[in-house]
Design a protein around this ligand. Structure first.
Ligand code: TYD
Ligand code: MG
Length: 453
């Protein structure tokens, strides 16, 4: 019998130790060490199979072939992946329970009816998958469903069926016999992921791994998983809203700046190709406390509504609360406003909200936040035909942001008549866009004068 070795493994970062420790020396988390049994029957394998006779080659001698990309049938997903799934790549799709990971993966499998897709479900029975598929499409599909959690069986079935795409739902349910610890533990997850990686690299079949996310937002089981895979996609969204955002956190074959927006409907996830339309409320009448920002996420511009409510503080300490926008940044902006625009910080409660439950980190939101706060404070409306795109600095200066051209073009496309940008944006930026007036401001005072004179 193979000798059984036990070791303690940090469930957060995957570091091993011979004895139990209270605080992981690697990631600093407390109480994350769990004893796992690793039988030594088989040896560990490296990530990429290396042949014994490999010799170094000059870079220029290595053939650069254009990677073959497989379209997923879902445009938003293709864009985030950088044009489709690369042959032999391992993609991790992470997200909280119930966010729609299985739905997205199955929807993709159903769209790829011309290809052979093997959908391995360790969480739901084949019946449940069928029910979900019926909900998503009415058509029949050739997609192969496999209910299995033992990795070796999955690989055997994959070898037999030779699919064009393999989907694993989810990596936390898989286990392999070589390791004694329970499914979902760090060593199991890592071992299974490495075996799947080896399979993907040798056969050229792309694999999508679905992974759960722990409460604090990291992919459960481990950082190690993020190192192993080629692409990490994260599915986010507020369960109170219908919108779901798919972000790329790591991509060896494309940019990580892209973001896709989906809407969860009764027949599955629908792509939202033009997010501005859902993020604006298309009101005819202007309301105080509302300002629209021409924001960017990745390479795509979108206009988003910022709403602020400023009221007299009822208690000693004024409240600050913001949804979708960094609260610290809001505090900074309020401090700037106190200094520059006579805003009495200590006596006002300020609430800020971005439409649609989105979180935006683009600094170009700043000017819209300033405008919304002032509009609510003075109870004066901002015309619905105006939008904003600039950063606000600590001394109240309006700073330039990137890609002004695209923001202006998007605003013009949606029928805005005026856009406020920084005076320091390049001279001809946005100049050639028709039907929209550019207002260049350099200081908060100027903005206030232009808006509420
Ligand atoms: P699911 O894909 O099972 O989430 P995950 O795999 O990430 O845990 O998504 C389940 C949720 O989506 C569930 O709350 C029901 C909802 N849903 C719809 O609204 N419409 C649909 O067509 C489907 C299939 C699910
Ligand atoms: Mg699921």
């Amino acid at each position: 019998m193979a000798k059984v070795k036990t070791s303690y493994v940090c469930q957060n970062c995957g570091v091993e130790s011979a004895k139990w420790v209270g605080r992981c020396p690697s990631c600093g988390e407390w109480n994350t060490y769990v004893e796992e049994r690793v039988s030594q029957g088989k040896q560990r394998h490296g990530l990429v199979e290396v042949s014994r006779s490999a010799t170094p080659k000059a870079l220029k001698e290595i053939e650069s072939s254009n990677e073959r990309r497989l379209s997923t049938g879902i445009e938003e997903l293709n864009r985030i992946l950088g044009g489709g799934l690369v042959a032999g790549s391992l993609v991790l799709l992470g997200g909280e329970p119930g966010i729609g990971k299985s739905t997205l993966a199955l929807q993709m499998a159903l769209k790829l009816n011309h290809l052979k897709v093997l959908y391995v479900s360790g969480e739901e029975s084949a019946r449940q998958v069928k029910l979900r598929a019926d909900r998503l499409t009415n058509g029949e599909s050739e997609c192969l469903i496999l209910n299995e959690t033992l990795l070796d069986n999955i690989l055997t079935q994959a070898k037999n069926t030779e699919p064009d795409l393999l989907v694993i739902d989810s990596i936390q349910t898989l286990y392999t016999d070589t390791i004694d610890s329970s499914p979902g533990s760090v060593s199991q997850v890592r071992e299974c992921a490495v075996a799947l990686l080896r399979y993907a690299k040798t056969t050229g079949i792309p694999i999508i791994l679905i992974g759960h996310i722990t409460k604090d937002g990291s992919i459960a089981g481990p950082k190690v998983l993020e190192h192993i895979v080629d692409v990490v996609l994260q599915f986010e969204g507020d369960s109170n809203y219908l919108y779901r955002i798919l972000r790329s956190i790591k991509n060896r074959f494309g940019s990580t700046a892209e973001l896709g927006i989906f809407e969860m409907q009764s027949a599955g996830l629908m792509e939202v190709p033009n997010p501005s339309e859902i993020l604006l409320s298309h009101r005819d009448e202007a309301l105080s406390g509302v300002a629209i920002s021409a924001s960017m996420d990745g390479s795509r511009p979108f206009l988003i509504e910022t709403q602020a409510l400023v009221s007299t503080a009822a208690y000693g300490t004024p409240q600050r609360s913001s949804t979708g926008y960094d609260t610290r940044r809001l505090n900074m902006i309020l401090a700037v406003l106190e200094k520059r625009a006579g805003f009495k910080l200590a006596t006002k409660d300020v609430f800020l909200n971005l439409a649609g439950g989105l979180k935006v980190t683009d600094p170009a939101m700043d000017m819209a936040v300033v405008a919304a706060v002032l509009s609510s404070n003075f109870d004066l409306t901002i015309p619905t035909s105006i939008c904003f795109a600039a950063e606000v600095g600590l001394s109240g200066e309006i700073r330039q942001v990137s890609r002004v051209d695209q923001r202006v073009a998007e605003a013009a496309k949606l029928g805005f008549e005026k856009i406020f940008i920084s005076k320091y944006s390049l001279k001809d930026e946005g100049k050639f866009v028709k039907n929209i007036e550019l207002v260049r401001v350099s200081k908060i005072e100027e903005l206030v004068r232009a808006l509420f004179k």
